[in-house]
Design a protein around this ligand. Structure first.
Ligand SMILES: [Mg+2]
Length: 226
């Protein structure tokens, strides 16, 4: 096989992020509805606004994804003491999320075969990405991860990819990137000359014609190339 190592995105690449996030967010909304006697839509809107503000202020950093910051801001806007309830709601969110992560077909086989050759490259805070990897049973199979909290920059910034290569200790031509975001994962990888597999889950139209990019429509399509 051509590749000796893999840089691998986590969210929406090895499991279905959207469905886990929907269930977790709904659990938060139901808790706030019952505990504070609030309308569901009021809570949901407050959360989305708080998320938007956090993204705006912390754009390009791992902290921009920190749910504790979203929840703190949401509670402040709703006039509820975040120091009393913030951590409890944060734990409801992530505990529910972790329980509801569904890995894509072929992920387990992929890690059984290539685990030691993988470095995760991911835009989020390290604490929760470590928890996800443990929950998915991958902590004994994979040794390396680079998060945007660790590098101070989010993909497509080259730092994340370059640190991943360093951790794998492999030359660039022996490594490929696998990820779902064309802008972050694929253009970021191609920017430093890494080959890339684009997991095009939404079957989007491809914008660039580039021989270094192989498009796949499901994770299990990787079988055909490895
Ligand atoms: Mg992703």
């Amino acid at each position: 096989m051509k590749y000796k190592g893999f840089l691998l995105d986590i969210d929406d690449t090895i499991y279905d992020y959207t469905s886990a996030n929907n269930v977790a967010l709904n659990q938060v909304v139901q808790f706030c509805k019952a505990e504070f006697n609030l309308d569901e839509n009021v809570v949901r809107n407050a959360y989305m606004q708080a998320r938007k503000k956090t993204h705006f202020i912390l754009q390009g950093t791992g902290s921009s994804h920190n749910r504790l910051l979203y929840i703190q801001k949401m509670l402040e806007d709703l006039g509820i003491n975040p120091l009393r309830y913030g951590l409890q709601i944060y734990n409801i969110y992530w505990d529910t999320f972790l329980e509801n992560m569904q890995v894509f077909p072929f992920v387990d086989e992929f890690f059984d075969k290539f685990g030691v050759q993988i470095c995760f490259v991911t835009d989020l805070t390290s604490h929760i990405q470590f928890r996800k990897i443990q929950q998915l049973g991958l902590a004994d199979k994979v040794k390396y991860m680079v998060t945007s909290e660790e590098t101070g920059h989010e993909k497509p910034h080259p730092f994340t990819f370059l640190q991943g290569l360093q951790k794998l200790n492999l030359p660039i031509e022996q490594v490929c990137m696998i990820g779902d975001s064309f802008e972050k994962d694929i253009l970021g990888a191609r920017n430093i000359g890494l080959d890339a597999f684009w997991l095009n889950l939404a079957n989007k139209k491809r914008e660039y014609n580039d021989k270094g990019i192989i498009e796949i429509l499901s994770f299990s399509d990787l079988k055909n190339y490895l």
